[in-house]
Design a protein around this ligand. Structure first.
Ligand code: CP
Length: 326
């Protein structure tokens, strides 16, 4: 397929084929990070801006590494080191940045919809690296890439997402993505953590975590986002852990080879027990590794280079796979 989008704002607007194309492209980039010299010239001469107005470790670092591995020029801007501290508006800030001729802006913002607004305002492409409680598309793509790598498929899997669904952009993007590729998604949490009418997104809701975990192929625990809740939505963290925390005992309800996932950062001993987070079923660090490949793929596709080259490359891979299966 030919990639036609200038922006990646969410998985809600992506078609199944587009999601699969990003995952296939990411698969073809994985190998670069295992080389002795982890660098290719694919984005040489392109300029990418990381515009993070909220804290981040994994997303910011993996976008930065991905850009560097593709040889792009990279600029980092944050609210604490820019003239936004002196009162400059977001609009003026971004207009000044784009006046310096950049190709792609990666933005994280506390307000839902900020990347969408930015994409309308500026000519360069925009990638949503997390907007409020709305979407975190590259996180869901890296989660899907990890699941697909470990389970060799996505369609037909049962994925249990447990925790603060209401405040989780990771949950929302994963629900859009996983349901489009044919996985069955069940969400679980206390009623105050489950948004009204979430069933309309094609998921099943359970208020007992045990019911959600039963027969699951993937168990995805979410962080309790105290910074977004504004008021106490649960009696206490101790009580949350007792009723919804993923312990070894609870994990036994899922399939024996179920994957344990978490987008990070983990509140150890709250949503996940440490022996589950670090246990044999955990793929949490594999998620982080997949993140670099996904972000390389996204930047490569959105920078609009090598569309034909990547199509040729993918068709060569698929021809090779077909030949090997004969
Ligand atoms: N998963 C994730 O978005 O982590 P960071 O907030 O550290 O980027």
């Amino acid at each position: 397929m030919n990639w036609k989008r200038k922006d990646l704002l969410g998985l809600e607007e992506l078609k199944k084929e587009e999601i699969e194309f990003v995952l296939d492209t990411a698969d073809s980039f994985r190998e670069i990070s295992t080389r002795a010299i982890r660098k290719v010239p694919a984005l040489r001469g392109r300029t990418i801006v990381l515009f993070f107005l909220e804290a981040s470790t994994r997303t910011r670092v993996s976008f930065e590494l991905a850009a560097k591995r593709l040889s792009a020029d990279l600029v980092n801007i944050s609210s604490s080191t820019s003239s936004m501290l002196k009162g400059e508006t977001l609009k003026d800030t971004i207009r000044n940045i784009t006046a310096m001729e950049v190709d792609l802006v990666i933005v994280r913002h506390g307000m839902a919809g900020a990347p969408h607004w930015l994409a309308r305002e500026i000519e360069p492409g925009v990638v949503n690296a997390g907007d409020g409680c709305h979407e975190h598309p590259t996180q869901a793509l890296l989660d899907m890439l990890t699941i697909r790598e470990k389970k060799k498929k996505l369609e037909g899997l049962r994925v249990a997402i447990v925790g603060d669904i209401s405040h989780s952009r990771v949950a929302r993007s994963n629900i859009w993505g996983l349901t489009k590729v044919g996985a069955s998604v069940v969400v679980a949490g206390p009623p105050t953590f489950i948004p009204p009418c979430i069933e309309k997104m094609g998921v099943t809701v359970k208020y007992r975590v045990e019911e959600a975990l039963e027969g699951a192929d993937v168990v995805m625990a979410l962080r309790i986002q105290r910074e977004r809740q504004g008021k106490n939505l649960i009696p206490s963290l101790r009580e949350y852990r007792k009723i919804f925390g993923i312990s070894r005992e609870r994990l036994r309800l899922s399939k024996p080879d179920a994957l344990v996932m978490h987008p990070g950062p983990i509140n150890r001993g709250i949503e996940l027990d440490p022996d589950v987070a670090d246990g044999p079923q955990s793929v949490i660090l594999d998620q982080v590794t997949s993140g670099v490949a996904v972000r390389m793929a996204v930047m490569y596709l959105l920078c609009g280079v090598g569309k034909e080259a990547i199509s040729r490359q993918l068709s060569a891979v698929s021809k090779k796979q077909k030949a090997e299966s004969l």
